[in-house]
Design a protein around this ligand. Structure first.
Ligand SMILES: *Cc1c(COP(=O)(O)O)cnc(C)c1O
Length: 362
């Protein structure tokens, strides 16, 4: 099936006034928004139109019972000036897994890719060529049916918004191993990128911040002994030259960057262990004065070194710097998606841009 996308170009671009050296993430969308409606069992009314507010009924189900699912992905300016969307098929797979868990309709691949291509095609000027900058893409699906009562909605909206994002490489974080609050339990929906996973994380994070930490390092719901993830990042450790990361279960987000880093490590012959890792194992390694690396990996910040881990009130300090394995692998990942090294895994999806004259004639 094909999905015609109606293009309604903005006559009022904000691009000329936007300062790419002062990016404040999350507040300044590009000129356009993609949107489609699900009704009578199918996606329709696909449009790329000027970004603007929209009306929603107070009875809309997403406002009450949490049927909302999202993605976070990026488009990059390649060194030859083309534009690349990083692994859109992989993101779509996860989006559809999240949607399935929340009883929401799947997004067909043709629609997802066409929507991204059209939106980025028209807003291509927003993909900054400043190294490290990129265009953040936020697909969002929510229940729009206006009919109170806990039930599967019959109507949904699918939107994609885009906004510039800066290079955050230099931020390292202090984390606290969380042993009382829980992010996700077995059998729940922790693996889904659904709104309900994030609200309950705010209070434990606020409490950790009050103690001087940036984030909590979640542990499993049952025993609070095994490390899961942190904020919106998957976590990895290097102990005895082995790259160790918790395995994918239904309580952990299946990160696209996690997957990419593991593929790069395996390509280089680095031993990779996807297995449960208890905080006591980290504690033991630190106590034996081993060099331990710890870092978070995810779309928003890409690579975030962890400079301090608090385990039950005791501080431990992972090694940091340019020579660490985590730093090297994340540089390699950035080199691929900016076109500085070969795209040997087929991760880069090149977008055709639309020039003003073409837009005018559609
Ligand atoms: C999005 C997200 C991640 C990272 O996934 P990426 O696909 O690499 O961006 C990790 N954990 C949580 C909870 C997330 O929401």
């Amino acid at each position: 099936m094909s999905y015609p996308i109606h293009l309604q170009p903005s006559s009022n671009s904000r691009l000329a006034d936007y300062d790419f050296n002062q990016i404040k993430f999350g507040q300044n969308p590009t000129d356009h928004l993609f949107s489609a409606a699900y009704r009578d069992g199918s996606w329709q009314d696909a449009t790329v139109a000027p970004f603007q507010e929209f009306l929603i009924s107070p009875l809309a189900l997403c406002l009450h019972y949490g049927q909302n699912v999202f993605e976070g992905m990026k488009a990059f300016r390649l060194i030859d000036d083309e534009i690349n969307i990083f692994r859109p098929e992989k993101h779509l797979k996860r989006l559809n897994r999240s949607l399935e868990r929340m009883c929401m309709p799947e997004i067909p691949q043709e629609l997802f890719i066409a929507a991204l291509e059209q939106l980025i095609g028209i807003d291509h000027g927003w993909v900054s060529e400043i190294p490290g900058n990129s265009l953040y893409l936020r697909p969002l699906v929510f229940a729009s049916e206006a009919r109170l009562g806990v039930h599967e909605a019959a109507e949904y909206r699918f939107m994609i918004m885009a906004m510039p994002i800066a290079n955050y490489y230099n931020g390292s974080v202090r984390v606290k191993v969380e042993t009382s609050y829980t992010r996700a339990a077995e059998g729940g929906a922790g693996f889904a990128k659904q709104g309900g996973n994030y609200g309950p994380a705010l209070l434990p994070t606020r409490l950790a911040r009050q103690q001087g930490f940036d984030q909590v390092l979640w542990t499993d719901a049952k025993t609070h002994t095994f490390i899961e993830e942190s904020g919106t990042m998957n976590v990895m450790f290097v102990i005895d030259d082995r790259l160790i990361t918790p395995p994918l279960t239904d309580t952990i987000l299946d990160g696209v960057n996690r997957d990419a880093v593991l593929m790069l490590a395996r390509e280089q012959g680095i031993p990779v262990e996807e297995r449960a890792i208890a905080y006591s194992e980290l504690e033991a390694a630190f106590q034996q004065n081993k060099e331990v690396e710890a870092f978070g990996i995810g779309t928003a910040a890409v690579f975030t070194p962890i400079r301090e881990i608090d385990i039950l009130g005791k501080s431990y300090f992972p090694v940091n710097g340019e020579e660490t394995l985590g730093k090297r692998l994340s540089t390699e990942l950035n080199d691929i998606r900016s076109g500085r090294s070969s795209d040997r895994f087929g991760w880069n999806h090149i977008v055709q841009v639309r020039e003003k004259t073409e837009i005018a004639s559609t």
